[in-house]
Structures are given as structure tokens and as C-alpha cells.
Design a protein around this ligand. Structure first.
Ligand SMILES: *[C@@H]1O[C@H](CO)[C@@H](O)[C@H](O)[C@H]1NC(C)=O
Ligand SMILES: *[C@@H]1O[C@H](CO)[C@@H](O)[C@H](O)[C@H]1NC(C)=O
Ligand SMILES: *[C@@H]1O[C@H](CO)[C@@H](O)[C@H](O)[C@H]1NC(C)=O
Ligand SMILES: *[C@@H]1O[C@H](CO)[C@@H](O)[C@H](O)[C@H]1NC(C)=O
Ligand SMILES: *[C@@H]1O[C@H](CO)[C@@H](O)[C@H](O)[C@H]1NC(C)=O
Ligand SMILES: *[C@@H]1O[C@H](CO)[C@@H](O)[C@H](O)[C@H]1NC(C)=O
Ligand SMILES: *[C@@H]1O[C@H](CO)[C@@H](O)[C@H](O)[C@H]1NC(C)=O
Ligand SMILES: *[C@@H]1O[C@H](CO)[C@@H](O)[C@H](O)[C@H]1NC(C)=O
Ligand SMILES: *[C@@H]1O[C@H](CO)[C@@H](O)[C@H](O)[C@H]1NC(C)=O
Ligand SMILES: [Cu+2]
Length: 574
């Protein structure tokens, strides 16, 4: 039993009037800004691995432009599609309070922006500080269409840690020498796994360990003694990554635009979608040190890109600068789940968390892969997964299918029938040993566009339970429109009798993406205070393609500011 102790009424009203006072005080001094940007989505020539490649980019930049805002600012981004593919842009981790029309996932909150068309995303950053990012949310375009979104404290406020001398975004990406759109199209046709990438990147560059790349390796100059902030973002499509800097300690101070109690480590792990802010002090012998990232691959036997990307941390006083090669770090083995687990277990929110204790919707979703029997009439070339099947994935045995004639949000808001149903199951219809030897007869899910309806203000607990179907692996599950508290994680099957003792209701981390441990589970909580249709999915893009997703439909509330805003006039329709 968890008991929530209310603060004494007197304290409470004092606190309330104090915060009201601070609010009025603050809002009369802080000018929230409206920041306008143009994003031109177009094909650009990018030279990598000895060759020129045509890739879709934003403003001919790869990675795309870094957006810097202060908490409270409004962003107005006009996206013009001058490329040949449909595109949408998602503002990853932005809460989008009542502005779901600006969230971006194709066919969920909007239809795609077709070639030659444009759409203006308008949204306000409310109460989030730290590092987020933006990326395409259509097909595999996000391989080259992404950038950092940095949220500074409001003017006049400062970080709750040592003010860094310098700051640098570190975008970890994944590079294919083939066009990524062709790679996913081929996999969709064959039913097999897409070709693994050829390289990982740091700020778009591969680094010294790849062919024809060393002259472009990213260099981060530092002065001895200074403390800097690295804003690390995992923008890879399909791979969790370990990240480290040779000989230096990293002090983690935030993740997914929420502050953390600082802790020190030599290596961090990020799933695609996650961000981690680290302080690094230049306290080593002046020299050059490699910054490096490579795979954390939890799925046994699955093919993966086993290469290492590097950048260089370069002390300006190192003399002579480049006579010796940079110091190389030791990185965990690709299957070092212990290191990944220890790291995740170190996260604590900086301040006391507002975790809901009474729960209205108690949910249990399985997450995992599956195999579809070859459809009647399909040829063997379309069924190249093991034993003449096609890969699939599901939550609670529903493999998510996107609509094609209306976005889910438009269908909801305008009451258009036949686009989705609201019967996504609150728990698996069949209980089994999720992480054991699962009978082959359970491996084939059903396709559906099923949403789970939540009343405005509902307090939600959700157990995400990994399965060992086909292969167990760590799935980075991302929820749109919300941050959630990760109150516990573990291995094996979640046990509602004993595992509740592991719940942290005091200072659990607040995130938008949780790595559900390989053959394990994670428990998250949030309050459904943002009306709209919100996709929840695995951020390994190939799993999303296979259907590892569902969506929450959060109803409007009755109060002021509790309902979805009307759609913008230029909202793309299908
Ligand atoms: C994927 O890899 C196979 C084998 O190397 C190759 O034949 C095929 O062309 C690749 N597909 C794409 C889209 O690059
Ligand atoms: C690098 O070049 C060598 C020699 O040309 C080649 O064998 C190797 O496959 C290339 N590596 C990559 C990652 O392209
Ligand atoms: C990955 O590469 C490393 C060398 O960088 C090698 O030792 C290891 O065996 C490789 N692992 C796999 C699974 O390919
Ligand atoms: C990691 O992989 C190596 C082989 O590449 C294997 O010997 C080792 O047992 C694996 N470790 C774990 C924890 O799976
Ligand atoms: C494929 O079939 C073989 C032979 O029946 C079996 O041993 C193997 O487990 C099957 N693999 C999968 C993934 O079903
Ligand atoms: C939208 O598409 C779905 C699935 O193809 C179909 O069942 C439905 O009738 C369509 N709705 C409208 C209004 O055209
Ligand atoms: C898993 O169960 C199947 C029967 O459902 C059995 O044939 C197989 O041997 C089992 N595998 C293991 C590793 O226990
Ligand atoms: C999923 O549903 C299909 C179709 O009803 C069924 O064959 C399969 O056993 C179910 N699997 C699980 C894990 O419930
Ligand atoms: C682009 O989006 C439209 C809907 O807006 C859809 O009808 C069309 O099939 C999409 N094109 C591709 C190539 O996906
Ligand atoms: Cu996944």
C-alpha cells in the first residue's frame, strides 16, 4: 500500500500563494518569445565513405539546424517539402499541450506533407528544460532529417548545476551507403530484416575509423580545467548505443529535458529517441581523446552494425597538437547488458517527483516481435523471414496498422467512423510465460488500428512487458505528448505481488522514452492531462514498421484549457 501524505493545509496554502506570487512576478518580467524558422526539406549531395550520396535534408544541412529556445517560448516552423517523398516533422519529447496537430507522426496527428506542399508547426515549450530533438516521422527519412532542440531555462534562471563554460550538441546517427528509403522498401517487400547500417555518426560525421572519413572527424576544442556540457542525442534508427570519452568522467545531469540528481559514470547508454546531458571536466593531461559510440545490441544472434564512430576532444594547449593519435577509450562489449542496466538504475529525478499514487487505469502491455505465416498467394521472395514467414511486431498481440485516408486525430476530432476502434486491450487476452519458451502457436499477432481511450486527468500505470517471441531484446518505448515516470524495471515476468516493492514513488526519473530491459519489464506512470491522439511505439524504426505501436486517445476535459485546440487551416489532409 502506498500512502500519499498531503502537506498540512496551512503549508499548502502558503505554498500556493507563494507560487502564484512567483508566477505573476515571473510572468511580468520574462518575455516569452515567438521564434520563426523555415525548414526546406530537399535533396542534397552528402559525401561519405568515399562517395557522393543524394539524401533528403533540412536546409541542405546534415544534421539539420539546431533550434535553441528558452522554456516558455513558442516555435513556429514552416516546413516546405521540396523533396520527392512525403514528409512530416516530429518534435521529439515536446509535450504539445493541446497542440497535438503539431506533433507530427504521419497518419496519427496529420497526413503527410506531400512533395511541393508545406505545413506550419506551432507549439509552445511549457515547463521543459534540457535537450530534445526533432526528426522526420515518415518512412525512414529520419536517417538524415533530424536536428537538436535545445531548451534553455527562462531568461533570468540558470541551470541547477555548475554553469558550463561551453555547450555542444552530440547527435549520434546511423548511416547507410544505400538510400535508407530503398533499404526499408526492400525489407517491406521481402518480409526480412532491413540491411544493417554501414556506420554510426557523431554530428553527421563517421570519424577516423571509417574509410575516407578522418579528414572530417568532428573536433571539440577545450581548455584545461573547464567544465563543459555535452547534450548527447541518440538519433540512430535501429540501435541502442554506448557512448564514452577516453579517460574522462561524465556527470549526468539531465535526460529527455528533465533534470536528474547528478551521478558520475564513464559510459552512458542511450536508446534511439533518448537524450542525456553530461558535464565533462577537462582535467586530464592536455592531449587528444576520442569520443566514441558503438552498439549495445541485446538481441542474441541478430545482425547489427558492429562499427565504432568517433569524434575528438582536443585540449587547445596540447603541443604539438597532432603528432600522436588520440587516446582510445574502452567501450563495453556490444552485449554488456549489466552496464546498460546499472546505468539505467542510477537515474533519479532532481526534485521530489509528482508521481500519481491512486491509479485509474491499470494497464499491462506486452511488447515484442513475431512472425507472420506467408500470406496465401505470396511468393517465397516476399516471405524471407525464418521458415518462409514475414517479420512482425505487436503490443498485446495487436500489430499496429496506420490508416491511410484520415489521420487518427482528424478522425477523432471530426467523428469520422471506420478509421480506428477503441478496443485496444488493457491487458493481454492470454497470459503466458512472456519471457520463457513461448509456444510457436502464439507468435502470430493480429493487425489492427486499435486505440486505448483515457478520460482527461486519468492516472495511468502501465507495465511494459517484453516477450521472448522470436528473440528477446531491449525495446526503447516512446510515448508522444507526455513525459512519464519510470518507477521500476526488472528482468523476467513482472510480478504484481512482489515487484511493487521495487517501485520508486519518491524520485523516479521523468522521461519520454524507456528502454524496456531485454526479457524484462518496466513500469511507468503518468497523468492523462493532454487531450489528443498520442502514439506510443518502439523507437527502433524497423520495429515501428513491423507494428510495435499503439495509440492513446485522451478525451477532452470539461475545464478551461482542457480541450484540444482546433486544427490549423493548413493542416495537410490525405
Ligand atoms: C542489402 O544487402 C544485400 C546484400 O548485401 C544487397 O544485395 C542489397 O542490394 C542491399 N539492399 C539495399 C537496398 O541496399
Ligand atoms: C574500406 O575500404 C576497404 C578497401 O577499399 C574495403 O575493403 C572496406 O570494405 C571499406 N570499408 C567500408 C566500411 O566501406
Ligand atoms: C565486433 O567487433 C569487434 C572488434 O571491433 C570484435 O572483437 C567482435 O568480435 C565483433 N562482434 C561481433 C558480434 O561481430
Ligand atoms: C557476449 O558475447 C560473447 C561473444 O561475442 C559471449 O562470449 C558472451 O558470453 C556474451 N555475453 C553475454 C552476457 O551474453
Ligand atoms: C524453422 O524450422 C526449423 C525446422 O523445423 C526449426 O528447427 C526452427 O526452430 C524454425 N525456426 C523458427 C524461427 O521458427
Ligand atoms: C478509411 O479507410 C478505412 C480502411 O481502408 C475504411 O474502412 C473506411 O471506410 C475509410 N473511411 C472513409 C470515410 O472513407
Ligand atoms: C520449447 O518448447 C517446445 C514445445 O513447445 C519444445 O519443443 C522445445 O524443445 C522447447 N525449447 C526449449 C529450449 O526448452
Ligand atoms: C494472437 O492472436 C492470434 C489470432 O487470434 C492467435 O493465434 C495468437 O495465439 C495470439 N497470440 C497471443 C500471444 O496472444
Ligand atoms: C503520400 O501521402 C498520401 C496521403 O496524404 C498518400 O495517399 C500517398 O500514398 C503517400 N505516398 C507515399 C509514397 O507514401
Ligand atoms: Cu523495439
Amino acid at each position: 500500500m502506498e500512502v500519499y501524505k498531503n502537506p498540512k493545509p496551512l503549508c499548502f496554502s502558503l505554498l500556493l500563494s507563494l507560487s502564484l506570487f512567483l508566477f505573476v512576478f515571473a510572468s511580468s518580467f520574462v518575455d516569452a518569445k515567438i521564434l520563426q524558422h523555415d525548414f526546406v526539406v530537399q535533396e542534397t549531395t552528402v559525401k561519405r565513405q568515399c562517395n557522393s550520396h543524394n539524401r533528403i535534408t533540412v536546409n541542405e544541412m546534415f544534421p539539420g539546424p539546431t533550434l535553441e529556445v528558452n522554456n516558455g517560448d513558442t516555435l513556429v516552423v514552416n516546413v516546405m517539402n521540396k523533396g520527392q517523398y512525403n514528409v512530416t516533422i516530429h518534435w521529439h519529447g515536446v509535450r504539445q499541450m493541446r497542440s497535438g496537430w503539431a506533433d507530427g507522426p504521419e497518419f496519427v496527428t496529420q497526413c503527410p506533407i506531400r512533395p511541393g506542399k508545406s505545413y506550419t508547426y506551432r507549439f509552445t515549450i511549457q515547463g521543459q528544460e534540457g535537450t530534445l530533438w526533432w526528426h522526420a516521422h515518415s518512412s525512414w527519412l529520419r536517417a538524415t532529417v533530424y536536428g537538436a532542440l535545445i531548451i534553455h531555462p527562462q531568461d533570468g534562471s540558470s541551470y541547477p548545476f555548475t554553469t558550463p563554460k561551453r555547450e555542444a550538441p552530440i547527435l549520434l546517427g546511423e548511416w547507410w551507403n544505400a538510400n535508407p528509403i530503398d533499404v526499408i522498401r526492400e525489407a517491406t517487400q521481402t518480409g526480412g530484416t532491413p540491411n544493417v547500417s554501414d556506420a554510426y555518426t557523431i554530428n553527421g560525421q563517421l570519424g577516423d575509423l571509417y574509410n575516407c572519413s578522418s579528414q572530417d572527424t568532428v573536433v571539440i576544442p577545450v581548455d584545461s580545467g573547464e567544465t563543459n556540457l555535452l547534450r548527447v542525442i541518440n538519433a540512430a534508427l535501429n540501435q541502442q548505443l554506448f557512448f564514452t570519452v577516453a579517460n574522462h568522467k561524465l556527470t549526468v545531469v539531465g535526460a529527455d529535458a528533465s533534470y536528474l540528481k547528478p551521478f558520475t559514470t564513464s559510459v552512458i547508454m542511450l536508446g534511439p529517441g533518448q537524450t542525456t546531458d553530461v558535464l565533462i571536466t577537462a582535467d586530464q593531461t592536455p592531449a587528444r581523446y576520442y569520443i566514441a559510440a558503438r552498439a549495445y545490441n541485446s538481441a542474441q544472434g541478430a545482425p547489427f552494425d558492429n562499427t565504432t564512430t568517433t569524434a575528438i576532444l582536443q585540449y587547445k594547449s596540447a603541443t604539438p597538437c597532432c603528432s600522436t593519435s588520440p587516446v582510445f577509450p574502452s567501450l563495453p562489449a556490444y552485449n554488456d547488458t549489466n552496464t546498460a542496466t546499472t546505468f539505467a538504475a542510477s537515474f533519479r529525478s532532481r526534485t521530489k517527483a509528482e508521481v500519481p499514487t491512486d491509479i485509474d487505469d491499470n494497464l499491462f502491455f506486452t511488447v515484442g516481435l513475431g512472425l507472420l505465416n506467408c500470406p496465401p498467394g505470396a511468393s517465397a521472395s516476399n516471405c524471407q523471414a525464418p521458415n518462409r514467414t514475414r517479420f512482425t511486431a505487436s503490443m498485446n498481440n495487436v500489430s499496429f496498422a496506420l490508416p491511410s485516408n484520415f489521420s487518427l486525430l482528424q478522425a477523432h476530432q471530426q467523428g469520422i467512423p471506420g478509421v480506428f476502434t477503441t478496443d485496444f486491450p488493457a491487458a493481454p487476452s492470454l497470459q503466458f510465460d512472456y519471457t520463457g519458451n513461448v509456444s510457436r502457436s502464439l507468435w502470430q499477432p493480429v493487425r489492427g488500428t486499435k486505440l486505448y481511450k483515457l478520460k482527461y486527468g486519468s492516472r495511468v500505470q502501465l507495465v511494459l512487458q517484453g516477450t521472448s517471441i522470436f528473440t528477446a531484446e531491449n525495446h526503447p518505448i516512446h510515448l508522444h505528448g507526455y513525459d512519464f515516470y519510470i518507477i521500476a524495471q526488472g528482468f523476467g515476468n513482472f510480478n504484481s505481488k512482489t515487484d511493487t516493492s521495487k517501485f520508486n514513488l519518491v524520485d523516479p526519473p521523468l522521461r519520454n522514452t524507456v528502454g524496456v530491459p531485454v526479457n524484462g519489464w518496466a513500469v511507468i506512470r503518468f497523468v492523462a492531462d493532454n487531450p489528443g491522439v498520442w502514439l506510443m511505439h518502439c523507437h527502433l524504426d524497423v520495429h515501428l514498421n513491423w507494428g510495435l505501436a499503439m495509440a492513446f486517445l485522451v478525451e477532452d476535459g470539461f475545464g478551461e484549457l482542457q480541450s484540444l485546440e482546433p486544427p490549423p487551416d493548413d493542416l495537410p489532409i490525405c
